[in-house]
Write a protein that binds this ligand. Structure first.
Ligand SMILES: *Cc1c(COP(=O)(O)O)cnc(C)c1O
Length: 358
């Protein structure tokens, strides 16, 4: 079977030239005499891979020196626990914006460590919109405000980042990092699981203001301390060498594409193709409020479950795969991260039009 247009939400499509390079270097990494899968994380070859990936990411996102880049494991989900344990005193308070399932999960973990103040919940509105977060909504004693920048399951995103008036802003950017340009200095901590828009699963990128790195209380496991990770350049223990290597190749590929701004422009064009079909349609209904629409995950529904299943089945015949919505949301979700070429989105948009007329 040929490669299809893969709209999976994560793990998701990777750029073909990156996969080809991985294939070519799989048995013997240039100059190393072994596969990257077989080399020591302390070897000079891997040290170069690791440092190179960090440097590329720093260039791509214009990350200032006051921020550390950490390559961790445990997925974005472990960050749900690490954030409170590192940024809030035990029993402290943090503000959370509940814009979807992952936002909710993040708050549930934080509540094990302190008091969670949910300043907005979109649950009753099926998480279809992002609120405007203003300073007067925040608790005075909050150690930080946590937001989920792009809600992968519901297809919503912030079109304006909250201004917190000095309260550290922590953002889960798992599904929009590198797909749209952000000013890192608008945030105090950014984290992202790699498997949406960066690399295979098993790597989590954390970009954190160095002034927030503090010794954690004794009951916090060593592996959950940002400071320990930073002091050891993310090599306190064996990192996910392969995912870091793959991420480095993806970062280089993005640089070759003209950087994040160029990819964001392409992503906006891709998203508009699908939203235009939805807006002109009597069959498809967009799930996200227009002012909260994501350019990474486009979600919509058909009137019945039978039609949804039929749509998914017929799409497969056009080479369109993995468009079934998340089980929590239903419907259809097309994830159109950096590696999805515009040709794939055009095939989907054309199929949507054709399906509606039939
Ligand atoms: C996928 C995803 C997660 C969960 O990531 P894991 O790496 O599987 O823990 C968390 N937040 C967002 C926004 C996601 O898209």
């Amino acid at each position: 079977m040929e490669r299809q247009f893969n709209f999976a939400a994560g793990p998701s499509a990777m750029p073909l030239p990156v996969l080809e390079q991985i294939r070519d270097e799989m048995l013997c990494y240039p100059g190393a005499g072994s596969s990257v899968l077989e080399m020591s994380h302390r070897s000079s070859a891997f040290q170069e891979i690791h440092a190179g990936a960090q440097e590329s990411l720093r260039r791509l996102m214009r990350i200032p020196d006051e921020y550390a880049i950490l390559f961790l494991q445990g997925g974005a989900s472990l960050q749900f626990s690490m954030i409170p344990m590192n940024l809030m005193p035990k029993g402290g308070v943090a503000d959370y914006v509940e814009t979807g399932s992952f936002a909710k999960k993040a708050a549930v973990e934080a509540a094990r460590w302190g008091t969670v103040n949910t300043i907005f919940s979109g649950k009753a509105e099926k998480y279809g919109r992002i609120p405007e977060v203003t300073q007067d909504m925040l608790s005075k004693e909050a150690s930080y405000l946590h937001i989920t920048g792009n809600n992968t399951i519901y297809g919503t995103t912030y079109h304006k980042w909250p201004k917190t008036g000095g309260i550290p802003l922590v953002a889960d950017l798992s599904s929009c990092i590198l797909g749209q340009d952000v000013e890192v200095t608008d945030f105090d901590l950014i984290y992202a699981g790699a498997q949406k828009n960066m690399a295979p699963a098993g790597l989590t990128v954390v970009i954190v203001k160095k002034s927030l790195l503090k010794d954690t209380p004794p009951e916090v496991p060593a592996m959950l301390s940002y400071k320990l990770a930073a002091d050891n350049d993310s090599m306190y223990n064996t990192p996910n060498c392969f995912a870091i290597y793959a991420a480095g190749l993806v970062f280089k590929w993005i640089e070759g594409q003209g950087g994040i701004a160029a990819l964001e422009a392409a992503n906006r064009e891709k998203a508009a193709l699908l939203y235009d079909v939805i807006d002109a349609s009597k069959l498809y209904k967009g799930c996200a409020a227009p002012d909260s629409r994501s350019i990474m995950n486009v979600t919509f529904t058909l009137p019945t479950e039978e039609e949804t299943a039929d749509f998914i089945k017929q799409a497969k015949g056009k080479g369109i795969i993995n468009i079934k919505g998340h089980r929590a949301a239903g419907g259809i979700r097309a994830s159109i991260y950096n590696a999805m070429p515009i040709e794939g989105v055009k095939v989907l948009a054309d199929f949507m039009k054709e399906y509606e007329t039939k």
